[in-house]
Write a new protein. Structure first.
Length: 293
């Protein structure tokens, strides 16, 4: 204690900060950096998870890009990619409306955010019942006189990914909604009052006050949403297991690793996905981030 008291304030501060950082940094290195480093190493090997690792260089990466069965599943991600913009648009729309004076606004906030609180497995089983033949969706369409348009929503390869992407929109929109709502609520009310005095309507307030004020939040949500679209896994895996052309790149990676025992090849696929997410995020930050034009 005596030696510690003789140290300067800056030195004491550095020691205290370092002491508090040791445990989280150790956990981060153990459970994040080390597994990623191992994944890079495994991607250059031919390994089934238990036998001797054989170094094969870039052969796994060649396999992913040359054999269409491994890389064409990225086309499935396009459904989730386009659904992302629908999800963001709906979340921003409802957040804007509920940021103004609306009757029962707290009730509607709870309704919109509630799906995000549900367990993903429970949601998967709920929508399995919803999309099953003569299930909830078919019943509603019959009531609306649209029975002729019903189909096997999870069995028809032409619509299965639309159904799954729609489920993901319902599942995750609440997260974007609550983030947008918090950002919009932080805008001082005096700005709206001044705008109303100048004759601005709700559209003008949204365009010239809300959008510029939450640009950073929109950018953050867009990064998270696009990254989630590229790495979609939970909903399609629970509901279909990747059947009928619904396998995403992550499902293909998991199956390659644990169903077919190709850990090295699956690691290469995971590395490719990691770099794609990083590149997409960098592009998005450059053109749509805080410093974008």
């Amino acid at each position: 204690m005596f030696m510690f008291s003789n140290l300067s304030y800056k030195t004491q501060r550095k020691i205290i900060i370092t002491s508090f950082l040791i445990v989280p940094l150790a956990l981060l290195a153990t459970f994040s950096f080390l597994p990623v480093a191992n994944m890079f190493w495994y991607s250059f090997t031919d390994w089934n998870g238990y036998s001797e690792k054989e170094f094969i260089g870039f052969e796994n990466y060649k396999t992913v890009f040359v054999e269409p069965d491994y890389f064409r599943v990225f086309a499935v991600s396009l459904y989730y990619f386009f659904a992302t913009f629908i999800q963001m648009g709906l979340a921003l729309y409802f957040a804007t409306i509920l940021s103004f004076k609306v009757r029962m606004k707290n009730f509607f906030k709870g309704v919109l955010f509630f799906p995000y609180l549900l367990n993903g497995v429970a949601i998967g089983f709920m929508f399995l019942l919803f999309f099953m033949p003569n299930g909830g969706l078919d019943t509603v369409m019959d009531w609306l006189g649209l029975g002729n348009f019903t189909t096997h929503w999870l069995g028809n390869p032409d619509v299965i990914n639309i159904s799954l992407a729609g489920t993901s929109v319902w599942r995750y929109m609440g997260f974007n909604f609550i983030i947008f709502l918090g950002a919009i609520s932080s805008i001082p009310g005096e700005i709206y009052e001044a705008a109303e005095i100048d004759g601005a309507n709700r559209w003008h307030q949204f365009r010239y006050i809300i959008l510029p004020s939450i640009r950073i939040i929109i950018s953050l949500n867009l990064i998270l949403a696009i990254s989630g679209a590229l790495s979609a896994f939970e909903i399609p895996y629970i509901m279909t297991g990747g059947a009928n052309g619904s396998a995403t790149f992550v499902i293909q990676t998991v199956d390659t690793a644990f169903k077919y025992g190709k850990i090295g090849l699956a690691s290469a696929m995971a590395v490719i996905l990691l770099f794609i997410v990083i590149i997409v995020t960098a592009i998005q930050r450059k053109y749509f981030g805080e410093g974008g034009d």
